[in-house]
Write a protein that binds this ligand. Structure first.
Ligand code: ZN
Ligand code: MN
Length: 484
Protein backbone atom coordinates (compact mmCIF):
# COMPACT_ATOMS: atom_id res chain seq x y z
CA UNK A 1 0.00 0.00 0.00
CA UNK A 2 2.78 2.43 0.93
CA UNK A 3 4.44 1.70 -2.37
CA UNK A 4 1.25 2.53 -4.25
CA UNK A 5 0.93 5.73 -2.28
CA UNK A 6 4.43 6.89 -3.12
CA UNK A 7 3.45 6.64 -6.78
CA UNK A 8 1.16 9.63 -6.36
CA UNK A 9 -2.04 8.57 -8.03
CA UNK A 10 -4.04 11.24 -9.80
CA UNK A 11 -7.53 10.50 -10.99
CA UNK A 12 -9.71 12.75 -13.09
CA UNK A 13 -13.21 11.92 -14.25
CA UNK A 14 -15.29 12.79 -17.26
CA UNK A 15 -18.92 12.07 -16.49
CA UNK A 16 -21.77 12.08 -18.97
CA UNK A 17 -25.16 12.52 -17.36
CA UNK A 18 -28.39 12.37 -19.31
CA UNK A 19 -30.92 15.03 -18.44
CA UNK A 20 -33.62 12.45 -17.88
CA UNK A 21 -36.38 14.80 -16.85
CA UNK A 22 -36.92 16.16 -20.38
CA UNK A 23 -39.75 15.10 -22.64
CA UNK A 24 -37.78 15.49 -25.86
CA UNK A 25 -34.25 15.26 -27.20
CA UNK A 26 -31.77 18.16 -27.11
CA UNK A 27 -32.34 19.55 -30.61
CA UNK A 28 -35.55 17.94 -31.93
CA UNK A 29 -38.99 16.92 -30.71
CA UNK A 30 -38.35 13.16 -30.66
CA UNK A 31 -39.35 11.52 -27.39
CA UNK A 32 -36.51 11.10 -24.94
CA UNK A 33 -38.22 8.12 -23.34
CA UNK A 34 -36.18 5.58 -25.30
CA UNK A 35 -35.61 2.80 -22.79
CA UNK A 36 -37.24 -0.47 -23.75
CA UNK A 37 -38.55 0.92 -27.03
CA UNK A 38 -38.29 -0.77 -30.42
CA UNK A 39 -34.85 0.17 -31.83
CA UNK A 40 -34.71 3.05 -34.32
CA UNK A 41 -38.31 4.18 -33.87
CA UNK A 42 -37.69 7.43 -31.95
CA UNK A 43 -35.80 9.21 -34.69
CA UNK A 44 -36.44 12.08 -37.10
CA UNK A 45 -34.56 13.85 -39.90
CA UNK A 46 -33.03 16.31 -37.38
CA UNK A 47 -31.44 13.79 -35.04
CA UNK A 48 -30.44 11.70 -38.06
CA UNK A 49 -28.73 14.75 -39.53
CA UNK A 50 -30.54 14.80 -42.88
CA UNK A 51 -29.49 17.65 -45.18
CA UNK A 52 -31.67 20.73 -44.91
CA UNK A 53 -32.81 20.14 -41.31
CA UNK A 54 -32.10 22.56 -38.49
CA UNK A 55 -31.55 21.80 -34.81
CA UNK A 56 -33.41 23.89 -32.20
CA UNK A 57 -32.15 24.00 -28.61
CA UNK A 58 -34.44 22.50 -25.97
CA UNK A 59 -34.97 25.35 -23.52
CA UNK A 60 -35.77 23.12 -20.56
CA UNK A 61 -32.42 21.37 -21.12
CA UNK A 62 -30.66 24.71 -20.75
CA UNK A 63 -32.57 25.43 -17.53
CA UNK A 64 -31.67 22.04 -16.09
CA UNK A 65 -28.04 22.62 -17.01
CA UNK A 66 -28.11 26.02 -15.30
CA UNK A 67 -29.31 24.35 -12.10
CA UNK A 68 -26.47 21.82 -12.34
CA UNK A 69 -23.89 24.56 -12.86
CA UNK A 70 -25.22 26.54 -9.89
CA UNK A 71 -25.20 23.44 -7.68
CA UNK A 72 -21.59 22.72 -8.68
CA UNK A 73 -20.50 26.30 -8.01
CA UNK A 74 -19.52 26.77 -11.66
CA UNK A 75 -19.43 30.01 -13.60
CA UNK A 76 -22.06 30.04 -16.33
CA UNK A 77 -20.95 31.63 -19.58
CA UNK A 78 -22.91 34.67 -20.74
CA UNK A 79 -22.71 33.57 -24.33
CA UNK A 80 -22.08 29.98 -25.28
CA UNK A 81 -21.35 28.29 -28.55
CA UNK A 82 -22.05 24.86 -29.88
CA UNK A 83 -19.28 23.14 -31.83
CA UNK A 84 -19.24 20.18 -34.14
CA UNK A 85 -17.06 17.34 -32.97
CA UNK A 86 -16.42 15.28 -36.09
CA UNK A 87 -15.76 11.60 -35.99
CA UNK A 88 -16.74 8.55 -37.95
CA UNK A 89 -18.18 5.86 -35.80
CA UNK A 90 -21.34 3.82 -36.30
CA UNK A 91 -23.04 5.25 -33.20
CA UNK A 92 -23.00 8.71 -34.80
CA UNK A 93 -25.65 9.08 -37.52
CA UNK A 94 -24.45 12.52 -38.61
CA UNK A 95 -20.72 11.78 -38.39
CA UNK A 96 -20.48 14.63 -35.94
CA UNK A 97 -21.75 15.33 -32.46
CA UNK A 98 -23.14 18.73 -31.53
CA UNK A 99 -21.02 19.47 -28.52
CA UNK A 100 -18.99 22.33 -27.09
CA UNK A 101 -15.34 23.25 -27.05
CA UNK A 102 -13.14 25.11 -24.62
CA UNK A 103 -10.42 26.16 -27.07
CA UNK A 104 -10.09 28.05 -30.35
CA UNK A 105 -12.82 30.54 -29.52
CA UNK A 106 -15.13 27.89 -28.12
CA UNK A 107 -17.14 28.80 -25.03
CA UNK A 108 -18.49 25.86 -23.02
CA UNK A 109 -21.63 26.26 -21.03
CA UNK A 110 -19.87 26.65 -17.66
CA UNK A 111 -16.35 26.70 -16.25
CA UNK A 112 -14.84 25.96 -12.85
CA UNK A 113 -16.64 24.88 -9.71
CA UNK A 114 -16.23 22.04 -7.27
CA UNK A 115 -17.89 19.23 -5.35
CA UNK A 116 -17.08 18.64 -1.72
CA UNK A 117 -16.41 15.04 -0.65
CA UNK A 118 -15.49 14.27 2.96
CA UNK A 119 -14.27 17.81 3.47
CA UNK A 120 -12.16 17.76 0.31
CA UNK A 121 -12.85 19.87 -2.74
CA UNK A 122 -12.73 18.14 -6.11
CA UNK A 123 -12.46 20.88 -8.70
CA UNK A 124 -14.61 20.92 -11.83
CA UNK A 125 -12.88 22.04 -14.99
CA UNK A 126 -15.90 22.53 -17.21
CA UNK A 127 -19.49 21.57 -17.86
CA UNK A 128 -20.83 21.29 -21.36
CA UNK A 129 -24.09 20.52 -23.01
CA UNK A 130 -24.09 18.01 -25.86
CA UNK A 131 -26.06 15.26 -27.53
CA UNK A 132 -25.80 11.57 -26.80
CA UNK A 133 -24.70 9.26 -29.61
CA UNK A 134 -26.68 6.15 -30.49
CA UNK A 135 -26.17 2.86 -28.75
CA UNK A 136 -24.10 -0.03 -30.07
CA UNK A 137 -24.75 -3.57 -28.93
CA UNK A 138 -22.25 -6.34 -29.32
CA UNK A 139 -22.77 -10.04 -29.32
CA UNK A 140 -20.81 -10.79 -26.16
CA UNK A 141 -17.78 -8.59 -25.73
CA UNK A 142 -16.48 -5.81 -27.98
CA UNK A 143 -13.52 -8.02 -28.91
CA UNK A 144 -15.24 -11.34 -29.57
CA UNK A 145 -18.41 -10.11 -31.27
CA UNK A 146 -18.54 -10.60 -35.04
CA UNK A 147 -21.32 -8.11 -35.58
CA UNK A 148 -22.56 -4.87 -34.04
CA UNK A 149 -26.15 -3.63 -33.83
CA UNK A 150 -26.96 0.03 -33.68
CA UNK A 151 -29.96 1.80 -32.15
CA UNK A 152 -30.35 5.52 -32.83
CA UNK A 153 -33.18 6.09 -30.35
CA UNK A 154 -30.59 7.43 -27.94
CA UNK A 155 -28.94 9.69 -30.54
CA UNK A 156 -29.70 13.30 -29.65
CA UNK A 157 -30.65 12.79 -26.01
CA UNK A 158 -29.50 15.74 -23.89
CA UNK A 159 -26.29 15.18 -21.98
CA UNK A 160 -24.24 17.26 -19.66
CA UNK A 161 -20.56 16.43 -19.66
CA UNK A 162 -18.76 17.21 -16.43
CA UNK A 163 -14.97 17.15 -16.46
CA UNK A 164 -13.03 17.28 -13.21
CA UNK A 165 -9.46 18.26 -12.48
CA UNK A 166 -7.29 15.24 -11.53
CA UNK A 167 -7.95 15.88 -7.84
CA UNK A 168 -8.87 12.41 -6.67
CA UNK A 169 -6.19 10.19 -5.19
CA UNK A 170 -7.93 6.88 -4.59
CA UNK A 171 -10.61 4.82 -6.36
CA UNK A 172 -12.76 5.30 -3.28
CA UNK A 173 -12.63 9.06 -3.66
CA UNK A 174 -13.73 8.67 -7.26
CA UNK A 175 -16.71 6.62 -6.14
CA UNK A 176 -17.60 9.15 -3.44
CA UNK A 177 -17.40 11.94 -6.01
CA UNK A 178 -19.79 10.13 -8.32
CA UNK A 179 -22.19 9.29 -5.51
CA UNK A 180 -22.24 12.90 -4.48
CA UNK A 181 -22.75 14.08 -8.04
CA UNK A 182 -25.62 11.66 -8.49
CA UNK A 183 -27.18 12.79 -5.22
CA UNK A 184 -26.92 16.43 -6.33
CA UNK A 185 -28.50 15.71 -9.74
CA UNK A 186 -31.31 13.77 -8.09
CA UNK A 187 -32.00 16.51 -5.58
CA UNK A 188 -32.19 18.92 -8.50
CA UNK A 189 -34.57 16.46 -10.16
CA UNK A 190 -32.73 16.72 -13.47
CA UNK A 191 -31.26 13.24 -13.78
CA UNK A 192 -32.32 9.88 -12.43
CA UNK A 193 -29.16 7.89 -11.74
CA UNK A 194 -31.07 4.65 -11.29
CA UNK A 195 -31.93 4.51 -14.99
CA UNK A 196 -29.65 2.19 -16.95
CA UNK A 197 -26.91 4.13 -18.72
CA UNK A 198 -28.08 7.55 -17.49
CA UNK A 199 -24.67 8.27 -15.96
CA UNK A 200 -21.54 7.04 -17.66
CA UNK A 201 -17.99 7.71 -16.81
CA UNK A 202 -14.51 7.77 -18.29
CA UNK A 203 -11.56 8.04 -15.97
CA UNK A 204 -8.02 9.13 -16.51
CA UNK A 205 -5.37 7.84 -14.21
CA UNK A 206 -1.75 8.72 -13.94
CA UNK A 207 0.97 7.55 -11.61
CA UNK A 208 3.94 9.72 -10.83
CA UNK A 209 6.25 9.79 -13.86
CA UNK A 210 3.77 8.02 -16.14
CA UNK A 211 1.54 9.31 -18.92
CA UNK A 212 -2.20 9.69 -18.59
CA UNK A 213 -4.19 6.55 -19.35
CA UNK A 214 -7.85 6.95 -20.14
CA UNK A 215 -10.31 4.20 -19.26
CA UNK A 216 -13.52 4.32 -21.25
CA UNK A 217 -16.85 2.55 -21.02
CA UNK A 218 -17.37 2.48 -17.28
CA UNK A 219 -21.09 2.00 -17.40
CA UNK A 220 -22.02 2.42 -13.77
CA UNK A 221 -20.73 3.96 -10.57
CA UNK A 222 -20.33 0.57 -9.01
CA UNK A 223 -17.84 -0.35 -11.70
CA UNK A 224 -15.70 2.77 -11.24
CA UNK A 225 -13.91 1.69 -8.11
CA UNK A 226 -13.29 -1.75 -9.59
CA UNK A 227 -11.96 -0.44 -12.91
CA UNK A 228 -9.68 2.08 -11.20
CA UNK A 229 -8.31 -0.50 -8.80
CA UNK A 230 -7.50 -2.79 -11.69
CA UNK A 231 -5.86 -0.05 -13.70
CA UNK A 232 -3.77 1.26 -10.79
CA UNK A 233 -2.48 -2.24 -10.03
CA UNK A 234 -1.64 -2.77 -13.70
CA UNK A 235 0.25 0.50 -13.98
CA UNK A 236 1.96 0.00 -10.64
CA UNK A 237 3.28 -3.37 -11.79
CA UNK A 238 4.67 -1.79 -14.96
CA UNK A 239 6.36 0.98 -12.99
CA UNK A 240 7.86 -1.45 -10.50
CA UNK A 241 9.36 -3.40 -13.39
CA UNK A 242 10.93 -0.22 -14.67
CA UNK A 243 8.59 0.14 -17.64
CA UNK A 244 7.23 3.43 -18.91
CA UNK A 245 3.49 4.00 -19.11
CA UNK A 246 2.56 5.50 -22.45
CA UNK A 247 -0.53 7.54 -23.19
CA UNK A 248 -3.35 5.32 -24.37
CA UNK A 249 -7.07 4.70 -24.23
CA UNK A 250 -8.24 1.49 -22.62
CA UNK A 251 -11.64 -0.13 -22.47
CA UNK A 252 -13.19 -1.49 -19.27
CA UNK A 253 -14.37 -5.01 -19.97
CA UNK A 254 -17.13 -5.44 -17.43
CA UNK A 255 -17.46 -9.18 -17.98
CA UNK A 256 -13.81 -10.00 -17.48
CA UNK A 257 -13.22 -7.11 -15.07
CA UNK A 258 -10.03 -5.97 -16.76
CA UNK A 259 -9.01 -3.02 -18.91
CA UNK A 260 -7.87 -3.75 -22.47
CA UNK A 261 -5.97 -1.52 -24.83
CA UNK A 262 -8.45 -0.18 -27.35
CA UNK A 263 -6.82 2.29 -29.68
CA UNK A 264 -4.38 5.12 -29.52
CA UNK A 265 -6.24 8.19 -28.33
CA UNK A 266 -7.48 10.47 -31.07
CA UNK A 267 -5.59 13.69 -31.11
CA UNK A 268 -7.75 16.70 -30.62
CA UNK A 269 -7.14 17.81 -34.22
CA UNK A 270 -8.68 14.54 -35.42
CA UNK A 271 -12.05 15.84 -34.26
CA UNK A 272 -11.78 18.93 -36.48
CA UNK A 273 -13.81 21.04 -34.09
CA UNK A 274 -15.57 24.00 -35.65
CA UNK A 275 -18.56 26.15 -34.61
CA UNK A 276 -21.93 24.56 -35.38
CA UNK A 277 -23.16 26.77 -38.22
CA UNK A 278 -26.82 25.77 -37.75
CA UNK A 279 -27.09 27.16 -34.21
CA UNK A 280 -26.67 30.77 -33.24
CA UNK A 281 -24.61 31.67 -30.16
CA UNK A 282 -26.81 31.24 -27.10
CA UNK A 283 -27.05 34.23 -24.78
CA UNK A 284 -27.85 33.23 -21.21
CA UNK A 285 -29.49 36.22 -19.50
CA UNK A 286 -28.18 36.91 -15.99
CA UNK A 287 -31.73 37.62 -14.75
CA UNK A 288 -32.79 34.14 -15.86
CA UNK A 289 -29.95 32.63 -13.81
CA UNK A 290 -30.99 34.70 -10.79
CA UNK A 291 -34.57 33.50 -11.14
CA UNK A 292 -33.45 29.90 -11.24
CA UNK A 293 -31.08 30.47 -8.34
CA UNK A 294 -33.97 31.63 -6.22
CA UNK A 295 -35.97 28.46 -6.68
CA UNK A 296 -33.13 26.01 -6.27
CA UNK A 297 -34.18 23.00 -4.20
CA UNK A 298 -32.34 21.84 -1.10
CA UNK A 299 -29.03 20.17 -2.00
CA UNK A 300 -27.31 17.23 -0.25
CA UNK A 301 -24.87 19.41 1.75
CA UNK A 302 -27.69 21.58 3.09
CA UNK A 303 -29.80 18.55 3.77
CA UNK A 304 -26.93 16.93 5.72
CA UNK A 305 -26.62 20.03 7.91
CA UNK A 306 -30.37 20.11 8.45
CA UNK A 307 -30.37 16.43 9.46
CA UNK A 308 -27.78 17.18 12.15
CA UNK A 309 -29.78 20.10 13.53
CA UNK A 310 -33.34 18.94 13.06
CA UNK A 311 -32.92 15.26 13.97
CA UNK A 312 -29.93 15.55 16.28
CA UNK A 313 -27.91 13.05 14.23
CA UNK A 314 -24.15 12.71 14.37
CA UNK A 315 -22.29 14.25 11.42
CA UNK A 316 -21.27 10.75 10.27
CA UNK A 317 -24.84 9.44 10.33
CA UNK A 318 -26.10 12.52 8.49
CA UNK A 319 -23.36 12.05 5.91
CA UNK A 320 -24.30 8.43 5.21
CA UNK A 321 -28.03 9.18 5.12
CA UNK A 322 -27.64 11.96 2.55
CA UNK A 323 -25.23 10.13 0.27
CA UNK A 324 -28.15 9.30 -1.98
CA UNK A 325 -31.47 11.04 -2.38
CA UNK A 326 -33.33 7.76 -2.09
CA UNK A 327 -31.67 7.07 1.27
CA UNK A 328 -32.43 10.56 2.62
CA UNK A 329 -36.03 10.36 1.40
CA UNK A 330 -36.51 6.93 2.98
CA UNK A 331 -35.20 8.29 6.27
CA UNK A 332 -37.43 11.33 6.31
CA UNK A 333 -40.52 9.37 5.30
CA UNK A 334 -39.88 6.97 8.16
CA UNK A 335 -39.39 9.80 10.64
CA UNK A 336 -42.65 11.35 9.47
CA UNK A 337 -44.67 8.25 10.34
CA UNK A 338 -42.77 7.22 13.44
CA UNK A 339 -40.83 10.14 14.86
CA UNK A 340 -37.81 8.46 16.37
CA UNK A 341 -34.99 9.64 14.10
CA UNK A 342 -32.22 8.09 16.19
CA UNK A 343 -33.75 4.63 16.09
CA UNK A 344 -34.53 4.83 12.36
CA UNK A 345 -31.05 6.10 11.58
CA UNK A 346 -29.53 3.21 13.55
CA UNK A 347 -31.50 0.64 11.58
CA UNK A 348 -30.77 2.27 8.25
CA UNK A 349 -27.05 2.73 8.84
CA UNK A 350 -26.64 -0.64 10.52
CA UNK A 351 -28.67 -3.58 9.27
CA UNK A 352 -30.08 -2.00 6.14
CA UNK A 353 -26.82 -0.53 4.83
CA UNK A 354 -24.86 -3.72 5.34
CA UNK A 355 -27.51 -5.60 3.38
CA UNK A 356 -27.31 -3.02 0.57
CA UNK A 357 -23.50 -3.21 0.51
CA UNK A 358 -23.50 -6.95 0.53
CA UNK A 359 -25.93 -7.09 -2.42
CA UNK A 360 -24.36 -4.05 -4.05
CA UNK A 361 -27.75 -2.40 -4.59
CA UNK A 362 -29.39 0.93 -3.77
CA UNK A 363 -32.15 1.41 -1.24
CA UNK A 364 -34.76 2.14 -3.93
CA UNK A 365 -34.11 -1.28 -5.44
CA UNK A 366 -35.62 -2.87 -2.33
CA UNK A 367 -39.26 -3.80 -1.98
CA UNK A 368 -39.00 -2.63 1.63
CA UNK A 369 -40.85 0.63 2.27
CA UNK A 370 -40.30 3.12 5.06
CA UNK A 371 -43.68 2.10 6.50
CA UNK A 372 -42.55 -1.53 6.67
CA UNK A 373 -39.36 -0.62 8.50
CA UNK A 374 -41.34 1.47 10.96
CA UNK A 375 -43.76 -1.42 11.54
CA UNK A 376 -40.80 -3.57 12.51
CA UNK A 377 -39.42 -0.97 14.92
CA UNK A 378 -42.89 -0.62 16.48
CA UNK A 379 -42.92 -4.34 17.23
CA UNK A 380 -39.80 -3.86 19.35
CA UNK A 381 -41.29 -0.83 21.09
CA UNK A 382 -44.45 -2.74 21.92
CA UNK A 383 -42.35 -5.55 23.35
CA UNK A 384 -43.66 -8.09 20.85
CA UNK A 385 -40.20 -9.12 19.70
CA UNK A 386 -36.71 -8.58 21.00
CA UNK A 387 -34.19 -6.38 19.20
CA UNK A 388 -32.16 -9.43 18.32
CA UNK A 389 -35.21 -11.16 16.92
CA UNK A 390 -36.05 -8.02 14.92
CA UNK A 391 -32.74 -8.24 13.09
CA UNK A 392 -33.54 -11.68 11.81
CA UNK A 393 -37.10 -10.61 10.96
CA UNK A 394 -35.64 -7.75 8.88
CA UNK A 395 -33.48 -10.23 6.95
CA UNK A 396 -36.64 -12.22 6.18
CA UNK A 397 -38.48 -9.07 5.14
CA UNK A 398 -35.70 -8.13 2.74
CA UNK A 399 -35.60 -11.58 1.20
CA UNK A 400 -39.31 -12.30 0.98
CA UNK A 401 -40.91 -8.84 0.88
CA UNK A 402 -43.29 -9.94 3.63
CA UNK A 403 -44.52 -7.64 6.41
CA UNK A 404 -42.85 -7.82 9.81
CA UNK A 405 -46.07 -8.73 11.62
CA UNK A 406 -46.77 -11.62 9.28
CA UNK A 407 -43.28 -13.07 9.67
CA UNK A 408 -43.51 -12.83 13.45
CA UNK A 409 -46.88 -14.60 13.44
CA UNK A 410 -45.88 -17.26 10.91
CA UNK A 411 -42.72 -18.14 12.74
CA UNK A 412 -44.23 -17.73 16.21
CA UNK A 413 -41.56 -15.29 17.25
CA UNK A 414 -43.67 -13.23 19.65
CA UNK A 415 -41.99 -12.59 22.92
CA UNK A 416 -43.59 -14.43 25.82
CA UNK A 417 -45.12 -11.76 28.02
CA UNK A 418 -47.78 -13.81 29.82
CA UNK A 419 -46.77 -13.75 33.49
CA UNK A 420 -48.72 -16.86 34.40
CA UNK A 421 -47.15 -18.79 31.55
CA UNK A 422 -43.69 -17.53 32.49
CA UNK A 423 -44.35 -18.70 36.05
CA UNK A 424 -45.19 -22.21 34.87
CA UNK A 425 -42.00 -22.45 32.80
CA UNK A 426 -39.94 -21.20 35.74
CA UNK A 427 -41.50 -23.94 37.92
CA UNK A 428 -40.55 -26.53 35.33
CA UNK A 429 -36.93 -25.32 35.15
CA UNK A 430 -36.62 -25.28 38.94
CA UNK A 431 -37.86 -28.86 39.16
CA UNK A 432 -35.47 -30.03 36.49
CA UNK A 433 -32.43 -28.40 38.10
CA UNK A 434 -32.59 -28.96 41.88
CA UNK A 435 -28.85 -28.54 42.42
CA UNK A 436 -28.71 -25.31 40.46
CA UNK A 437 -31.65 -24.02 42.50
CA UNK A 438 -29.71 -24.65 45.73
CA UNK A 439 -26.65 -22.95 44.30
CA UNK A 440 -28.64 -20.03 43.03
CA UNK A 441 -30.08 -19.26 46.41
CA UNK A 442 -26.65 -18.66 47.90
CA UNK A 443 -24.75 -17.68 44.79
CA UNK A 444 -26.27 -15.03 42.56
CA UNK A 445 -24.05 -16.13 39.68
CA UNK A 446 -25.73 -19.52 39.52
CA UNK A 447 -28.95 -17.71 38.70
CA UNK A 448 -27.55 -16.94 35.28
CA UNK A 449 -27.46 -20.64 34.58
CA UNK A 450 -31.16 -20.93 35.34
CA UNK A 451 -31.89 -17.89 33.17
CA UNK A 452 -29.98 -19.58 30.38
CA UNK A 453 -32.12 -22.67 30.79
CA UNK A 454 -35.26 -20.53 30.60
CA UNK A 455 -34.07 -18.89 27.36
CA UNK A 456 -33.19 -22.26 25.90
CA UNK A 457 -36.55 -23.79 26.72
CA UNK A 458 -38.44 -20.87 25.15
CA UNK A 459 -36.08 -20.45 22.18
CA UNK A 460 -35.17 -16.96 23.37
CA UNK A 461 -38.76 -15.76 23.20
CA UNK A 462 -39.25 -15.20 26.90
CA UNK A 463 -39.05 -11.56 27.99
CA UNK A 464 -35.77 -11.53 29.94
CA UNK A 465 -36.80 -8.77 32.34
CA UNK A 466 -40.05 -10.43 33.34
CA UNK A 467 -38.44 -13.87 33.52
CA UNK A 468 -35.68 -12.75 35.85
CA UNK A 469 -38.21 -11.01 38.09
CA UNK A 470 -40.34 -14.14 38.39
CA UNK A 471 -37.29 -16.34 38.88
CA UNK A 472 -35.83 -14.09 41.59
CA UNK A 473 -39.13 -13.99 43.44
CA UNK A 474 -39.49 -17.79 43.38
CA UNK A 475 -35.92 -18.29 44.56
CA UNK A 476 -36.39 -15.98 47.51
CA UNK A 477 -39.55 -17.87 48.49
CA UNK A 478 -37.69 -21.17 48.23
CA UNK A 479 -34.83 -19.80 50.32
CA UNK A 480 -37.04 -19.92 53.41
CA UNK A 481 -37.25 -23.71 53.17
CA UNK A 482 -33.65 -24.47 52.30
CA UNK A 483 -30.73 -24.13 54.62
CA UNK A 484 -27.15 -24.04 53.43
ZN1 ZN B 1 -35.26 13.54 -33.63
MN1 MN C 1 -18.67 14.27 -24.32
Amino acid sequence: MSKIKSLEIKIGLEVHCQLTNLKTKLFCSCSSDYRGKEPNTLICPICMGMPGTLPVLNEKALEDAIMVALALNSKISERMLFFRKNYFYPDMPKNFQISQYDKAGGVPFALGGYIQINGKKVRIRRIQLEEDPGKLSYDGTIESSNHTLVDYNRAGIALIEIVTEPDMETPKEARLFLEKLRSILEHLNVSDGSLEGSMRCDANISLKGGKRVEVKNISSFKEVERALNFEITRQKNLVLRGMVIGQETRHWDETRRITVSLRMKEEEQDYRYFPEPDLVPIIIPRERIKEIEQKMPELPDERRKRFIEQYNLSPQSAEILTRSKAMADFFEESVKIYGNPKEISNWMIGELSSYLNEKSIEIDELTLTSKQLVDLIKLIDEGVISRKMAKSVLQDMLLTGKMAGDIVKEKGLEKILDKEYIGSIVEKILKENPQAVKDAIFDKKAMNYLMGQLMKKTEGKIDPKMASEVLRKRLSELAKFITP
